[in-house]
Write a protein that binds this ligand. Structure first.
Ligand SMILES: [Zn+2]
Length: 95
C-alpha cells in the first residue's frame, strides 16, 4: 500500500523547527546560519523524497500532512486519500 510515513512527517517538522531556531539565533551567533542552512536543505531533500503524495507525487505542505496524521485527508492534485503509516525503522532506512 502506498503511504507516507509518520516518522518522515515528524522528522520534517523537526527540521523546520530547528531551522527556525538556528535562523533566529544566527543573528546573535552567525555560525548558526550554517546549521540553519543544513536543516533547511535536509528538509527540502526529505520533502522531495518522502513527503509527496504517493499516488501522483504532488506537493503537500507540512501543515496539511500534520493534519493528515489524525484526520482523513485527500490529495489536492489527484483526490486520492493520503495514508499515513507508522514505522519505527524509518531512520534506519527500512521501508
Ligand atoms: Zn496525489
Amino acid at each position: 500500500m502506498k503511504s507516507i510515513s509518520r516518522d518522515s512527517i515528524n522528522l520534517g517538522f523537526s527540521f523546520v523547527l530547528l531551522f527556525g531556531i538556528t535562523f533566529v539565533a544566527g543573528f546573535y551567533y552567525w555560525i548558526l546560519f550554517i546549521f540553519s542552512g543544513i536543516f533547511l536543505l535536509s528538509y527540502i531533500i526529505l520533502d522531495k523524497k518522502k513527503l509527496r503524495c504517493p499516488e501522483c507525487g504532488g506537493y503537500e505542505n507540512l501543515d496539511r500532512l500534520m493534519y493528515a496524521k489524525n484526520h482523513v485527508y485527500h490529495c489536492k492534485q489527484c483526490g486520492e486519500r493520503l495514508i499515513i503509516r507508522i514505522t519505527l525503522n524509518e531512520l534506519k532506512g527500512g521501508d
